[in-house]
Design a protein around this ligand. Sequence first.
Ligand code: UD1
Length: 367
Amino acid sequence: MKILNIVGARPNFMKMAPIIEAMNHHPGKIDHLLVHTGQHYDEKMSKAFFEDLGMPKPDIDLGVGSGSHAVQTGKIMVAFEQVCLKEKPDLVIVVGDVNSTMACTITAKKLGIRVAHVEAGLRSRDMGMPEEINRLCTDVLCDYLFTTDHFANENLRAEGIAEEKIIFVGNVMIDTLLKHREMAAGLDVTGRLGLERGKYATLTMHRPSNVDDRGIFAGILNALQKISEALPILFPIHPRTRKMAEEFGLTDFFNSGAEVKGIRLTEPLGYLDFLHLNMNAAMVLTDSGGLQEETTVLGIPCITMRHNTERPVTCEVGTNVIVGNDPARIVAAAQNILSGKCTKGQIPEKWDGKAAERIVEWLLANV
Ligand code: UD1
């Protein structure tokens, strides 16, 4: 069986790494190539992750880079069509919900190639989120839908997807977390940054809904500044967030890194360093998707600064709370955690480090 594994943006890498590893456990049965679309290309957004995760260098790099949604999606489709025509795969595997995920799915399906989606069925029901459009387009086209939780199974059923296409395997991103947890625990990133374990928060924020409107962005930063008076916040800033903060003249909110106080910026961090920082944090503030799941498994309180989540299982059984972008609610949620009012949570079903193995075994038996 010849398979093309697709990655494009930072959150894809930790999802694909365990799938490649599981495929390598079956030599001679699967011939697989890794295709990087180049959606993320900075050293810190891409290469550092390949190194941390021990991933092989991509066999094929489409090098598409940044652009508007249409430009980026179109460029990926044009380049990936040539790859499909040359390589003639039996199956394409896409992960997550980024533009690369949808672009490669559409391209392969139009050439009559089967496609499997790993992390299928997540729904925020928010069509203002580019990722929701990517999820819907990808899932409706895919032949095999590997899911992470019961909400995803129910969403797909409700959309009329045939039962035999829905395969509940667990969470590949958690495979990666569990594999690297001990290694990350042994690092001394906190010491290097002068942080005291359990006495700081980490922050990630890059969603257009939070950083593309000056009023909303400034409101969130005001809330974060208040929180940081009690608890320093470490903020590895995403390139698009940095760009917007500079454009809006909001960089005065940040401590550029010299002191352990306020909202302290760093460059985007590698996988292991960031895992170390999150596992030792008092809380995590974020608008990311994956971090809601990682904090649930780590048992670290998570405040999600969004109006909805495509990952409700992290609120149902995990440590996540959804607070939107209202400054007062963000501050209140942090105060709640600081006063010890938060649950440890539990780990969702099948988030046990074996999701990728289940996927590969299913493919070998059924495709
Ligand atoms: C993408 C995903 C998002 C994911 C995020 C994680 C989509 C629609 N969005 O958002 O779901 O949560 O990745 O990071 O696919 N840039 C760089 N260097 C890079 C990559 C990007 O400087 O290596 C800057 C560019 O200015 C670019 C901007 O970031 O225009 C946005 O990049 P893009 O890939 O379009 O989307 P993200 O916001 O990163």
